[in-house]
Design a protein around this ligand. Structure first.
Ligand SMILES: NC(=O)c1ccc[n+]([C@@H]2O[C@H](COP(=O)([O-])OP(=O)(O)OC[C@H]3O[C@@H](n4cnc5c(N)ncnc54)[C@H](OP(=O)(O)O)[C@@H]3O)[C@@H](O)[C@H]2O)c1
Length: 388
């Protein structure tokens, strides 16, 4: 596939540019008639939240024509500030007031009492926001999360959220929690629902670690590659979550459950990339260069043996594991650009060859695009459930 793309990108792009007519703008009556779904954005000034606000602003005028609905940014907040306007905020410049004790619970009560179709978009990495999901779903408020935490707890918690969403006919979507905007969870859910047994999942699922190892094997120092991934917005808010393997383990739990494995966190063996202690973040990052020589040596040994280092996550009936391994350089999971993700899915029917899903695995913009896709599907589901 990559060979074809390497040879032909320019002609393909030219052909598309030459034959695609500009999209017609939305007509005023489309926008006026389109049903409205209120949106509450949490993590509004983070990397994903900011990119999402920019996208909401860019797409607002055309959504009635393309999606048959309007998304109205009713409220936006983070730990520092909260903005609310029932008539809709300007996504590019919400007027944040400093947070006050009880402001979010009061807003949540207003949303519940108001009864308008409402979605909460969780663009944090916060356990406190993940804790809110059950009550929101039970109150008929749909939830879209880029935050993995609600789905990476006990299997019973994962199953309870699925059941709550079904019982209350309310959307609960989290496609970007594994593979960013690459559709991976939808296809796995479809396999599970149609009864096609998934035997094994293995993949490069961390855009940040894929970037770090890709840069390392292009000659960069390990510590520099980590800082670079962080500067590009590819790491978790706390990059120790990436280096310690916990973020990858959470993704594996989310994917495995979607594919039908009733797996618990302790069933995933985690091999960290760096020995991290309880030091503050800046000190932990400053200590990374002590690992540079070891990583350079491993990368050289792997290259000499025709192998490449990848941060692999795998699960089958015997359990899961995450950590760096040296794969044969010809393996599709080893031939990736820095930042790329790829998932190999082996099912009872698809094994020779297995199903391969891939694309860019991180980045605020692609993640925001994925969250918007989830939000539109969730908004449509909310309206359909109300017969609107
Ligand atoms: N970046 C990516 O490429 C990517 C890809 C896929 C998924 N994700 C997921 O997207 C989420 C956000 O990532 P990010 O890179 O945008 O992180 P970020 O830049 O650190 O932003 C996190 C945001 O969450 C807010 N926040 C944290 N705890 C909160 C709380 N209790 N209540 C309200 N707001 C809270 C922060 O507010 P304050 O600034 O006020 O603390 C900040 O606005 C994470 O779950 C991440 O795993 C990210």
């Amino acid at each position: 596939v990559s060979a074809v793309l390497d040879v032909h990108p320019a002609p393909a792009a030219t052909a598309i540019a030459a034959t695609t007519a500009p999209a017609p703008r939305a007509r005023a009556d489309d926008a006026a008639d389109a049903p409205v779904v209120d949106v509450v954005l949490v993590g509004a000034r983070g990397q994903v939240g900011s990119a999402l606000r920019a996208l909401l602003a860019r797409e607002a005028a055309d959504l009635p024509r393309r999606a048959g609905l309007r998304l109205r940014l009713r409220a936006a907040f983070d730990r520092r500030g909260l903005a609310e306007d029932p008539a809709g905020l300007d996504p590019l410049a919400p007027a944040f007031a400093p947070r006050r004790e009880g402001d979010w619970p009061a807003l949540r009560a207003r949303l519940q009492a108001g009864g308008a179709p409402t979605l909460l978009l969780d663009c944090t990495a916060s356990d406190a926001i993940a804790d809110e999901v059950p009550a929101l779903l039970a109150a008929g408020i749909g939830v879209v999360a880029a935050n993995k935490r609600a789905n990476a707890r006990r299997h019973a918690d994962w199953a309870a959220l699925q059941a709550l969403a079904r019982r209350h006919r309310v959307p609960w979507r989290y496609e970007t929690t594994a593979g960013a905007a690459i559709p991976v969870l939808g296809p796995l859910r479809a396999l599970r629902v149609r009864g096609e047994r998934v035997l094994r999942l293995e993949g490069v699922l961390s855009g940040s670690l894929s970037h770090v190892l890709g840069r390392l094997q292009a000659g960069a120092r390990f510590s520099d590659a980590v800082l670079e991934a962080r500067a590009l917005g590819l790491t978790e808010p706390d990059p120790r979550e990436d280096l310690g393997g916990q973020d990858l383990a959470r993704k594996l739990l989310v994917l495995a459950r979607e594919a039908g494995f009733a797996i618990e966190p302790e069933d995933v063996r985690v091999r960290p990339l760096a020995a991290l202690d309880d030091r503050p973040l800046a000190a932990a990052l400053a200590a990374l260069p002590r690992d540079d020589a070891g990583w350079a040596e491993w990368a050289a040994r792997a290259a000499a043996a025709g192998r490449r280092l990848v941060a692999l996550a795998r699960v089958d009936a015997s359990g899961g594991e995450v950590g760096v391994v040296a794969l044969d350089a010809d393996d599709p999971l080893a031939r990736l650009a820095p930042g790329e993700n790829r998932l190999r899915v082996v099912t009872e029917f698809q094994h020779a060859p297995p199903l391969l899903l891939g694309g860019p695995g991180a980045g605020p913009q692609v993640t925001a695009a994925g969250v918007l896709g989830d939000a539109l599907a969730a908004a449509r589901a909310l309206l359909d459930a109300r017969g609107g």
